[in-house]
Write a protein that binds this ligand. Structure first.
Ligand code: FE2
Length: 233
């Protein structure tokens, strides 16, 4: 991502592969993490956060369009692409996050998961923003998901509606029981492992496919050929 000797488009050739995660994040926030019936102060902060982060999928769709990847495609080809073996590591990330949160009723442990997600988001988004600046200079297109626009709202902490320092103060004041501490450490490790695996998958994809090839393949008149689809599983 930081290697400016590589064409900026090729440095984001993985972008369509993030689709399952970017779109599942909508459900993770709006359907899984939100609980309006709770009066627990941490759950209320989680609700505030979910409302913000659960809407960022719209930016992902805007960027897909701006990158020229929004051509018509057969519905079945799209499904095969999204559920191909090459996308498995991204789907695992989405599925793991939902699995971790769905039946986790302790708001403090949910908070540990969200904080770990946010801790991965900031360095990733800041690096992506460098590439989007290069693309913007080339095309004049504005990007929203992989850009400074996204970095601005992701402070590295849960989006609580408070200033960064205030949020940090609140987080540091939380006391966990021994059991909560052990569990939260396990959850944080699982979040980091899942993101690492997803990034490996995106890297493999970007190494195998050029951006131009991808733009060709999502073209309505071309699509993926049958042999290629078989390889994708
Ligand atoms: Fe976000």
């Amino acid at each position: 991502m930081k290697d400016t000797s590589i064409d900026p488009y090729n440095r984001v050739a993985w972008f369509p592969c993030l689709a399952h995660f970017a779109m599942s994040f909508k459900d993770l926030n709006n359907d899984v993490l939100r609980d309006e019936s709770s009066d627990h102060p941490i759950q209320q902060i989680l609700n505030h956060h979910a409302l913000e982060d659960g809407s960022h999928w719209k930016w992902y769709l805007k960027d897909i369009k701006s990158l020229g990847l929004d051509q018509m495609m057969r519905f079945s080809d799209f499904l095969k692409f999204m559920w191909s073996d090459e996308m498995l590591k991204t789907r695992r990330l989405s599925n793991n996050l939902v699995a971790m949160c769905r039946y986790q009723k302790d708001p403090l442990l949910r908070l540990a998961i969200v904080e770990a997600i946010e801790a991965t988001g900031t360095p990733a988004l800041s690096t992506m923003a460098l590439v989007s600046e290069e693309l913007k200079a080339l095309t004049q297109n504005r990007y929203f998901y992989f850009s400074g626009h996204h970095v601005k709202v992701e402070t590295g902490h849960i989006q609580s509606g408070m200033e960064h320092d205030e949020t940090e103060k609140l987080l540091l004041a939380i006391e966990l029981t021994e059991e909560q501490e052990v569990q939260s450490m396990q959850l944080v490790e699982q979040v980091f492992d899942s993101f690492t695996e997803c990034m490996e998958g995106l890297m493999t994809f970007a190494e195998k496919h050029s951006f131009d090839e991808l733009r060709e393949k999502t073209h309505p008149m071309r699509g993926f050929d049958t042999a290629e689809m078989a390889l994708m599983g």
